[in-house]
Write a protein that binds this ligand. Structure first.
Ligand SMILES: CC(C)(COP(=O)(O)OP(=O)(O)OC[C@H]1O[C@@H](n2cnc3c(N)ncnc32)[C@H](O)[C@@H]1OP(=O)(O)O)[C@@H](O)C(=O)NCCC(=O)NCCS
Length: 175
């Protein structure tokens, strides 16, 4: 994999990142397998929701003035995932979103964003990180598997190609 050659900084999200995040979000999730159509106001709602959760971690990657990636996560609320009952530790972080702009992909930026998020989650005291992605999405499947995420082995009753992954942070949980 080609490594990032330009200077990239990962930092906490600020209010004036929201507009460029929304633009990147809309582009990234319009691609297969997502094929989603997002309006800016709905992305803003998503961000507002994430920030209102317990222990939000909201990160962006910037190259100079350009926002080139983002990720965020927060404390997982078991009631939002009833089909994961019995599978979760008491302190799980849910990684809600990650995207990197096209021109910067496959250079290690998704890995950089995710490792920053994981390390901050560990510092907060989370015992595991949970996320969901889509089996058909080669890029995220590869990214998360190389970071040590493993299948939870549960399926989402609403979406058959969704897959739930876990990475233990305590070293005590089954990976
Ligand atoms: C998923 C995504 C964030 C990955 O970002 P990235 O910056 O390209 O990731 P990295 O460069 O760190 O790559 C991580 C690993 O995945 C591999 N990879 C990345 N894209 C790949 C692809 N399309 N096909 C196969 N492998 C791929 C890399 O080669 C690398 O492998 P390695 O660890 O063995 O070297 C990016 O593709 C993206 O924004 N996709 C659209 C949004 C999305 O799907 N988000 C995930 C939602 S769950």
């Amino acid at each position: 994999m080609a490594k990032i050659t330009t200077k990239i900084k990962v930092r906490q999200m600020k209010d004036n990142d929201i507009a460029p995040i929304a633009r990147l979000y809309i582009r990234a999730f319009s691609e297969p397998p997502w094929n989603e159509r997002w309006a800016i106001k709905d992305v803003v709602k998503d961000i507002t929701y994430a920030r209102s959760q317990e222990h939000p971690i909201m990160l962006v990657a910037v190259s100079g003035d350009a926002l080139v990636g983002f990720t965020w996560g927060y404390s997982l609320r078991p009631r939002d995932f009833p089909f994961l009952e019995g599978q979760l530790s008491a302190r799980s972080m849910y990684v809600d979103e990650i995207a990197v702009c096209n021109e910067f992909r496959k250079q290690g930026l998704g890995t950089l964003l995710c490792t920053n998020l994981i390390s901050m989650a560990r510092d907060i005291g989370f015992e595991e990180v949970i996320l969901r992605t889509d089996l058909r999405n080669n890029s995220s499947m590869k990214l998360f598997s190389s970071l040590g995420f493993r299948e939870l082995g549960v399926s989402d009753p609403q979406y058959s190609s969704r897959i739930y992954l876990r990475k233990s942070l305590s070293g005590l949980l089954r990976e």
